[in-house]
Design a protein around this ligand. Structure first.
Ligand SMILES: [Zn+2]
Length: 138
């Protein structure tokens, strides 16, 4: 019983950094098929960077997609080696040229080196296992 409680405390501590994220709630990064998966899987470094991007952009940002389980990624026909699978990336809604530019500019300034531009969103990721300094359309 006591051991279980300690484990729980440790788990809580491990994810305490989410409290320092000012603009995003962990559940928004859940894979839709797995509640709670955003908090457990999104990478700290990426989330702090995204939070700073949001601060620099200065207007609300909406996340379309964060963490994805393999099953969900497959279902939506995501890239089989997507950064979303490892919690290193997110798709941020960007429906006009101004917001698209502001997010892009802030991301590059803050060291994001993998960016995808779609008509309605921007994919940002910092996955160190994937090629760096790449920009792609959808
Ligand atoms: Zn994406």
């Amino acid at each position: 019983m006591k051991k279980g409680k300690n484990m729980l405390m440790k788990q809580k501590k491990k994810f305490a950094w989410w409290k320092e994220i000012r603009y995003f709630k962990p559940h928004k990064f859940d894979s839709p098929d797995k509640p709670g998966s955003g908090k457990l899987n999104m990478k700290r470094k990426f989330m702090f960077t995204l939070d700073m991007i949001r601060f620099m952009v200065g207007v609300p940002m909406h996340e379309n997609s964060g963490f994805r389980t393999a099953a969900y990624n497959k279902k939506i026909k995501g890239n089989p080696n997507s950064a979303h699978l490892r919690g290193w990336g997110a798709d941020i809604r960007a429906r006009n040229s101004r917001i698209r530019f502001l997010i892009f500019e802030a991301a590059v300034k803050l060291g994001v080196r993998r960016i995808g531009i779609a008509k309605t969103f921007i994919h940002l990721d910092m996955d160190p296992s994937l090629p760096q300094e790449v920009l792609w359309p959808y």
